[in-house]
Design a protein around this ligand. Structure first.
Ligand code: DO4
Ligand code: MG
Length: 280
């Protein structure tokens, strides 16, 4: 099942998305739905089916969830580790060490405040000259870290700020419009193998291509359960949190984002997430 959110009477409302249409779930956001499914002990798709209107409306999709918290996982693909080490002038430095380590890199990305959805803007910090999209598979979590579904994420990051000093990572990662999510959440039962999804990313400026890249989640060096287990250590993450599982697509510096650039990220099983860059 695909669950998204649409704007109805000026408010975000959850909806089942099928055949390009949306069946609204009145008076519930996706977060309300997740919490109610937990209280009533029902699987999310079952509750959504019970509550959804029979009357479909056009599916102009907004952000599929306003997450309680968003976390990012880092250097989960070899390509990401070697790129970041090369940015530090080394081949086997701290990023390679974390890539190989038992404990994964996990950082706090923000809350719903810094998130945007399909068709909205993503942010390029005014003090960054090399901001890049990080296309990632994202996990939508319920209580105790149960994976409820998958969506696409753009962990937009100021790579020049991270390159200057790794201790600047929070500034390179968390700011207005730094995280795009969407277009829908595909519930776990509808993805046969999340470790076998092909993701593509393109950047265009004035309709002209500046970058194309792709990766398969088969190249992911971590299991989701391990990421979640570490995230929940001494940390009572609430239902409705989102975890970004790391990028395996590395954009070149020539394709650094500029205002007006369009970033498109897609996994056929989930859809297309498109955003335009704005300086923030
Ligand atoms: O280590 C810095 C951030 C890594 C990251 O966000 C990623 O690998 O996706
Ligand atoms: Mg990332």
């Amino acid at each position: 099942m695909q669950i998204g959110q649409i704007v109805l009477d000026g408010r975000l409302v959850a909806a089942i998305v099928e055949d390009g249409l949306a069946r609204p779930i009145p008076a519930h956001t996706t977060l309300d739905l997740i919490r109610r499914a937990e209280v009533e002990g029902l699987p999310l798709p079952e509750l959504a089916s019970l509550l959804a209107s029979r009357q479909p409306v056009p599916a102009k999709l907004a952000i599929p969830i306003s997450p309680t918290e968003v976390y990012g996982c880092g250097v989960t693909y070899e390509r990401s580790a070697s790129f970041r080490d090369s940015e530090q002038g080394t081949t086997d430095g701290m990023y390679a060490a974390v890539y190989r380590a038992e404990r994964p890199e996990i950082f706090f990305k923000g809350t719903a405040r810094v998130c945007t959805g399909p068709g909205e803007y993503i942010g390029q910090r005014a003090d960054s000259k090399f901001t890049a999209p990080e296309p990632e598979l994202a996990l939508v979590l319920g209580a105790k870290g149960k994976i409820l579904g998958y969506t696409l994420a753009d962990d937009v990051s100021a790579w020049d700020i991270e390159r200057e000093n790794a201790l600047y990572l929070p500034q390179s990662k968390a700011y207005n419009g730094c995280c795009s999510l969407g277009p829908v959440i595909v519930t776990v039962d509808s993805i046969a193998d999340p470790y076998n999804l092909v993701m593509t990313c393109s950047i265009t400026r004035n309709g002209v291509s500046r970058f194309e890249g792709s990766v398969s989640t088969a190249k992911l060096n971590r299991k989701f359960e391990q990421l979640i287990e570490y995230l929940y250590r001494s940390n009572d993450v609430p239902s409705g949190a989102v975890v970004l599982t790391g990028t395996g697509i590395i954009v070149t510096e020539e394709a650094a984002l500029a205002p007006g650039d369009v970033v498109s990220i897609s996994i056929p099983e989930i859809g297309l997430l498109e955003n335009t860059v704005r300086t923030v």
